[in-house]
Design a binder for this molecule. Structure first.
Ligand code: NAD
Length: 474
């Protein structure tokens, strides 16, 4: 039994939540063509009313970004770098406020927003700030040029972090941006807009338009956009790819995943169990590169399952603002429906469902950490992205079988290999068709490391030197 902790709630008072928020266009907050509300998924309480950008608003934002592009791209590169360093430092200074706001709007535990999302967002700005005056040395030609105006659309699972992955490399390379955050998590992007003002960023260099899919569509189909960067579902990614076919827009797509986390019988078991938990229950499993398919060598199956279940029994689910919480709320009612539907399909198709005893709060959107055993490759829970705290367990006997099963997916974003034997881990990694392969760890991010997919997980890379190329005319 886990021992009890006294509640340790983080204070909401550090956030100055306003009743309503406007669009951020040309350095000013302005009204949109409509409004929508954003709720706290842990309580269903309305947090704020947010402006919805229609096509005319998107047009204004793109025009502002176009006007700003000339002077911004003509700035000496080290001056652009200074703005990025300034933004990075403000992100650090205001990190507590950003972390609380992220947890309120997204439902993720404060421990994660405080220790992962916000520090990493700052790290991406620091990293790309350093590149701004060194682009001629990036191996992309002596004088690579920016593309122009970038239209960027991001999802709700890591709102500020995905913003940083998009905006930092775009600005470092001399582009200007119009970014659309997800409709369920717009608030940290709007606080970021304030930070741009605090950093004295020239108006129009960053514009934030809020709204749902229609706003995103208006942005990516706008003729004034030179480059599209999209992170989200494979379905919408395909629509975008179709809509830009035949245009000169450059596109990078970061889409879904169904990663295999492969545990060999010589794995360091304590670490492996932590890695399995981190791989699928971190951020409620709302992680594109989540290790949602556990492949365990048959000879280690009983040991891994026993240890895993024991560990899951110690996870604390509840108030995202409590510093003891491990598992927060599901981001939206729609996402909860999707998780329920796929889990029910797991039951119906004959897999065996297990969850630790865990009381769910009465209000809000919640799903317990869940493990399915007896899963076969044909099951929907082994093929489709659940994007929730649901692990499917499969087994294998030989390394070749592990690789065969791991690659048997339309996706290819990430994978994990757990083994104490270096040659085995390297052999396995070399056979996996995935953009990132972690060895004896999982869900580790570093701004210097490129990230992106194979197959239906998308194309293009974000992060690292590779991430510069997506924003440069090379
Ligand atoms: P989604 O594709 O529905 O939405 C993503 C964003 O696209 C949102 O801002 C949404 O408003 C916008 N959008 C929706 N329809 C659009 C359209 N027709 N044109 C333009 N924009 C549109 O995805 P979601 O459910 O919000 O996010 C979950 C998905 O994102 C998962 O499949 C996950 O794997 C993926 N994801 C991928 C990565 C990655 O780096 N590869 C990271 C995070 C999430």
């Amino acid at each position: 039994m886990p021992f009890e902790y006294a509640p340790a709630p983080e204070s909401r008072a550090v956030v100055d939540l306003r009743p309503s928020y406007g669009l951020f266009v040309d350095g000013e907050f302005t009204a949109g063509s409509g409004t929508f509300t954003t709720v706290n998924p842990a309580t269903e309480e309305v947090l704020a009313e947010v402006a919805e950008a229609g096509p005319a608003d998107v047009d204004r934002a793109v025009a502002a970004a176009r006007r700003a592009f000339g002077p911004w791209s003509a700035l000496p590169a080290r001056e652009r770098g200074k703005y990025l360093f300034r933004i990075a430092r403000i992100l650090q200074e205001r990190s507590r406020e950003l972390a609380v706001l992220e947890s309120l709007d997204n439902g993720k535990p404060i421990r994660e927003s405080r220790d992962v999302d916000i520090p990493l967002a700052a790290a991406y700005f620091f990293y790309y700030a350093g590149w701004a005056d060194k682009l001629g040395y990036a191996g992309l030609g002596p004088d690579p040029r920016p593309l122009g105006v970038a239209g960027q659309v991001i999802p709700w699972n890591f709102p500020l972090l995905m913003l940083s992955w998009k905006i930092a490399p775009a600005l470092a390379t001399g582009n200007t941006v119009v970014l659309k955050p997800a409709e369920t998590t717009p608030l940290t992007a709007l606080l970021f807009a304030e930070i741009c003002r605090q950093a004295d960023l020239p108006p129009g260099v960053v514009n934030i338009v809020t709204g749902a899919g229609a706003t995103g569509q208006a942005l990516v189909s706008h003729p004034g956009i030179d480059k599209i960067a999209f992170t989200g579902s494979t379905e919408v990614g395909k629509q975008i790819a179709r809509s830009v076919a035949g245009t000169s827009k450059k596109v990078t797509l970061e889409l879904g995943g169904k990663a295999a986390n492969i545990v060999f019988d010589d794995a360091p078991m304590d670490q492996a169990v932590e890695g399995i938990v981190n791989g699928i229950f971190f951020n409620q499993g709302h992680v594109c590169c989540a290790g949602s398919r556990l492949l365990v060598q048959e000879s280690a199956y009983d040991e891994v399952l026993e240890r895993l279940k024991r560990r899951l029994g110690t996870l604390r689910l509840g108030d995202p603002l409590d510093k003891n919480t491990d598992v927060g709320a599901i981001n939206s009612a729609a996402q909860l429906d999707r998780i329920r539907e796929l889990s029910d399909a797991g039951d119906a198709e004959g897999a065996e469902r297990w969850s630790p005893p865990c009381a769910l709060p009465d209000r809000g959107f919640w799903f317990p950490p869940t493990v399915f055993t007896g899963v076969t490759q044909a099951h929907r829970i082994a093929r489709e992205e659940v994007f929730g705290p649901v692990l499917s367990v499969l087994t294998f006997r030989t390394p070749a079988e592990a690789v065969e099963k791991a690659n048997n997916t339309p996706y290819g974003l990430s994978a994990g290999v757990w083994s104490d034997k270096g040659s085995r881990a390297l052999w396995t990694a070399s056979k996996l068709r995935a953009g990132v392969v972690w060895q004896n760890t999982f869900n580790r991010f570093d701004p210097a490391s490129p990230f992106g997919g194979f197959k239906e997980s998308g194309y293009g890379r974000e992060g690292g030197r590779h991430g510069l190329e997506a924003y440069l005319d090379v």
